[in-house]
Design a binder for this molecule. Structure first.
Ligand code: F3S
Length: 763
């Protein structure tokens, strides 16, 4: 037997279980009788039932047992509130909360952090106390950005982690399968329920050649985004591999683990690439285990995991001869620095072309602000390469022409770059170090240098650049590039500066070129951990602890269990609105208060009756009002309601709020032509009835003032349609069949009033 190795230093009695992973992979490989890709190995290795599970890429739904859960502070609020209402005493798998999204950038790290602690005190207290009570590790505000902390402490080759944030795939840089999910999925896993994922397709990205000069790992993903576009990765895991991949498993020799990924240094490299895989819609991205990962694990105090991974090296790379659903090939020798944008991350331009393209399109050339860091690009090496560029400018008496900000990904990075002098250089060239938090990346940016509506250009080393993402100004043209390119552009102050060929003018008038940056991949000394920002749940358990939620809070509200099914059919439901597109609002502030955030329900939906947005007829009063207001009025009058929609209802509304809100405001049923699956499942979890027209033409029979009854609930069975009676206001009726996709367990959820109610019943 091999030595037992802890998953992290914070959880000494939870072990890395490669033995089980290996066992499951062998079962599945034998069943499928073919070689497996790396992501298949890790995903199928975590199946709840490797013997019986139906596995077909792109088709079946897998029931999985993730190893751990991570939540950021905006999404953790509702996830923890739901977990609390399950009545379970402790989380079933190691889980953590990370305070990073609620810190607004204004005047610099320390002050911004202090202000955030004050403004968000009740949310932080709630998360800290709920974490302590239910066994969840709590990373305080100032600790850093969720994905960087996962990389430093929790990701390792072969782990399956889910996180309530879209850039969770960052951990793929350390050979992990890390998938971004909604809070409802996190609650399931924390409660010990298997987690469902549509069996992913696998896109192979083959890297050949070697990065050099100004080209960085970021340019790999900027290029991939340009090729695959923002939708290209949907439903797929992107698997990077190098030219030697076919020989890896055949010989199993250590040298064969050296793929060209080696030249994408960790974690500024592979993690950046995986992080931004979210921008092409990929389920996640992953790199095979290699010696760079080993060094990084050792440097972050996890040499024992690296040693164990070495023993299981064959398990942590793809099988020889495995097949991908599609393949992209990139020759790193030929890859040039890129900049993507504006307004979408897949609009890729080589640096050499951006000036002319910008002029042609009327994009402002002047760079107003350069922003480096974020979860995407704040490794030690990223900071070092930026500092290397900044130092050259300083030596020639130059400072940044643009404003310049630096967001360290974690307290450890902040403390280490401060110790090693990078912060001083970046500060001297004109930079402002912001708090270790998401800040401008998530729009937490009190930007003062331009007015809203003023056309301007910014460049960031972040991942997303959709309209208004960073500063809420739809006229801001945001471009994404590597941190060293962003630094060079901030110094030059103009978008058409290509450091590969263009010259700068020194303070003494001399012309000079910036040399390609160079920096250490990892610090020579150990990382400086900085301030202790972690709160471990008490060893003795949390049964005696209390969770802090004030009954008068506007931001937090404990959840009341939803009512159970009353036993009969649902009679005479009022139609709330017909035909709508769901649109989720930002509402970051009210994530933990269901009643308040419910004022957001369907306010972006278009009412078929009058083509109005957030304007529907209250059938009790005859007056027009906002959707949430009318729903509240119906609820207050004991009138349950139904929403009628058309195709792909709920697309883009994977958040559990989109399902909690209608249930909270008295909705019972959503009848549509088709659902986006995540939303359909979330509705079921909340005790709602998501139903589809057996004959899509029946959609046209429904009028906005109809009353709808749902029949057949007493014999509600998987696969058996329900029926409906639609009463029109002129006294006529229509009757037709409605399909559903409930399985037995989900029917129990409906009967209990919600999945959480059911969990409580089962205790
Ligand atoms: Fe935060 Fe931006 Fe990353 S919001 S988690 S820094 S993508």
């Amino acid at each position: 037997a091999k030595a037992k190795v802890s998953m992290s230093r914070f959880e000494p009695s939870n072990y890395v279980n490669y033995e089980k992973l290996n066992e499951n992979v062998n079962i599945v490989r034998k069943r499928l009788n073919r070689p497996l890709t790396l992501s298949e190995k890790i995903v199928y290795g975590h199946l709840d039932d490797p013997v019986g599970q139906d596995i077909a890429r792109g088709r079946t739904y897998l029931r999985l047992r993730p190893d751990r859960v991570a939540m950021q502070d905006a999404t953790a609020q509702m996830a923890m509130l739901q977990f609390i209402s399950s009545g379970l005493p402790q989380v079933a798998v190691p889980s953590t909360i990370h305070c990073d999204h609620l810190i607004e950038a204004q005047i610099g790290g320390a002050k911004d952090l202090a202000r955030a602690k004050d403004i968000n005190a009740e949310v932080y207290n709630f998360l800290a106390s709920a974490g302590a009570k239910y066994g969840v590790g709590f990373w305080k505000p100032g600790s850093g950005i969720i994905h960087q902390i996962i990389l430093e402490n929790y990701a390792y080759p072969g782990v399956l982690l889910i996180g309530t944030d879209s850039h969770t795939p960052n951990g793929g840089g350390l050979g992990s399968i890390c998938i971004g999910v909604g809070g409802a999925d996190a609650v399931d896993v924390m409660a010990g329920i298997p987690w469902e994922l549509k069996c992913p397709n696998v896109i192979g990205v083959k890297l050949t050649g070697k990065l050099s000069g100004w080209t960085s790992p970021k340019d790999v993903i900027l290029k991939v985004a340009g090729i695959l576009t923002v939708k290209g990765g949907t439903g797929a895991i992107v698997e990077y591999h190098g030219p030697g991949v076919d020989s890896i498993s055949c010989t199993g020799q250590r040298e064969d683990l050296v793929t060209s990924a080696l030249y994408c240094t960790l974690h500024g490299g592979m993690a950046t690439i995986c992080n931004m895989g979210a921008e092409i819609g990929a389920t996640t991205s992953v790199f095979p285990y290699n010696h760079r990962m080993k060094t990084y694990l050792e440097k972050t105090g996890r040499g024992d995991i690296a040693a164990l991974a070495d023993d299981y090296a064959d398990l942590l790379v793809p099988d020889a001869g495995c097949e991908y659903d599609s393949m992209v090939e990139i020759n790193l020798d030929e890859l040039k620095p890129h900049i993507n944008g504006p307004f979408t991350p897949d609009l890729a331009h080589p640096m050499a072309d951006i000036g002319a393209t910008a002029v042609k399109n009327g994009w402002p050339l002047e760079v107003k602000v350069g922003l480096i860091g974020s979860c995407t690009n704040s490794s030690y090496e990223d900071m070092g390469r930026s500092a290397s560029v900044a130092k050259q400018a300083l030596d020639k008496g130059l400072k940044c022409k643009a404003a310049f900000t630096i967001t360290p990904g974690s307290e450890q990075i902040r403390a280490t770059i401060e110790r090693d002098g990078y912060s001083k250089i970046l500060g001297d060239v004109g930079g402002m170090v912001l708090a270790n938090a998401c800040g401008p990346c998530i729009g937490q940016w009190d930007r003062r240098d331009v007015k809203k509506g003023e056309k301007n250009t910014i460049v960031t080393s972040y991942n997303r650049n959709f309209t208004a993402r960073n500063d809420a100004n739809p006229a801001t043209h945001a471009f994404v590039a590597s941190p060293e390119i962003v630094t060079a552009l901030a110094i030059a102050g103009t978008l058409d500066f290509n450091p590969e060929v263009d010259y700068l003018t020194a303070a003494n008038g001399e012309k000079f070129k910036l040399k390609p940056p160079s920096a250490d991949e990892l610090p020579k000394l150990d990382f400086d951990p900085g301030q202790d920002t972690y709160q471990h749940p008490p060893a003795e358990g949390g049964s005696k602890l209390r969770v802090d939620v004030s009954p008068t809070s506007t931001r937090l509200q404990l959840l009341e269990p939803f009512d159970k099914w009353a036993g009969g059919d649902l009679e005479d439901l009022q139609i709330l609105i017909k035909k709508c597109i769901l649109a989720a609002g930002p509402w970051l502030k009210f994530r933990g208060h269901l009643d308040n955030i419910s004022n957001n329900m369907l306010i972006g939906a278009v009412n078929i009756e009058n083509d109005g947005v957030n304007k529907i007829k209250n059938q009790l009063t005859g007056e027009y009002g906002g959707v949430p207001d009318v729903a509240r009025h119906y609820k207050a009058n004991g009138l349950s309601w139904v929403v009628v929609g058309d195709d792909n209802y709920g697309e883009g509304s994977s958040r559990e709020h989109a399902a909690l809100e209608p249930r909270h405001l008295g909705g019972r049923c959503i009848i549509v032509k088709s659902f986006a699956r995540i939303h359909e499942t979330n509705l079921k979890k909340q005790g709602m009835l998501p139903l589809t027209f057996q004959n899509p033409a029946d959609y046209d029979k429904i009028r906005p003032d109809d009353k709808i009854s749902i029949k057949g609930l007493a014999t509600f069975t998987p696969g058996k349609p329900l029926s409906t009676v639609v009463k029109h206001s002129d006294g006529t009726k229509d009757e037709f069949q409605l399909n559903h996709t409930f399985n037995e367990t989900q029917i129990e959820w409906f009967q209990a009033g919600s999945a959480l109610n059911r969990m409580k019943e089962l205790q």
